[in-house]
Design a protein around this ligand. Sequence first.
Ligand code: PMP
Length: 338
Amino acid sequence: MHFHDSMISLVGNTPLVRLNNVTAGLEATVLAKVEYFNPGGSVKDRIALRMIEAAEASGELRPGGTIVEPTSGNTGVGLAIVAQQKGYKCVFVCPDKVSTDKINVLRAYGAEVVVCPTAVDPEHPDSYYNVSDRLVREIPDAWKPDQYSNPNNPLSHYHSTGPELWEQTEGKITHFVTGIGTGGTISGTGGYLKEVSEGRVKVVGADPEGSVYSGGSGRPYLVEGVGEDFWPTAYDRNITDDIVAVSDKDSFQMTRRLAKEEGLLVGGSCGMAVVAALRVAEGLGPDDVVVVLLPDSGRGYMSKIFSDEWMNDYGFLEEAGDQPRVGDVLRRKEGGEL
Ligand code: PMP
């Protein structure tokens, strides 16, 4: 009989797929590492598994304990699945701007979700940050993974994503391109690839225009899961050779093209990473192999990137010319004009 013991054993070993159409005119081979094949639908299952197993081994997470993390997205799903299979409870803390769909996904896996007001200062007792810290103090046997500072976030990629790519490309990978959120993917995968290739593999980060990694100060952008307004310790900036800044408009237009032209229904940070990968590939020849990591599926973005109305509100469907600024559109929406 051929079966897996549980969903946990399906984490990792995701496929590598060649991009054939958005790459028209390029000589290099561009391959996508499609992370939505993970059981929770994103790359974050990898870090969830390793962070939990390391905490079990160190004794920080005890049998029947509770995992508390401020997250609303992919990391929450990964933690919820691994926790459920291993008998831990999960409490996630989310700001109230998070869509009810995302909150309901976490609840569907059996997690508890505490929703906090967005419109209070970080120092306020009800803020997202303070509530999660208080829950960790008050819940018996609580443990907070903290993906931004947990070394097992980058280590999960060092031990899984990196070796998988080296093996899948038979050591022929020349460039690795990925978005930077916590920095775990780029630091761990890039670090392994640099080590195994003795520095030959170039590592390129993709970043939303305005985020700190590409020299910004935090101007609002809409692509989710990437970019920061601070430097997390999970990010090792010595690994990155270059950073490519990509606009929301370019990211989302490419995201839609990936569905239409490659059969890949993926999230906005995937479109962003592909734009960066194609820019990298432009100057390369037929022996170059560019791998771009696509973190999640497009299913979570149907009412945004895949909605013409939403795209039009921001001018993202226009071919060229003036485009409304994100801040202006958000203000108009808040003022009830749209
Ligand atoms: N894209 C999406 C959709 C994500 O959820 C994340 C994780 N925050 C990333 C990209 C970036 O990955 P990392 O945190 O490893 O830098």
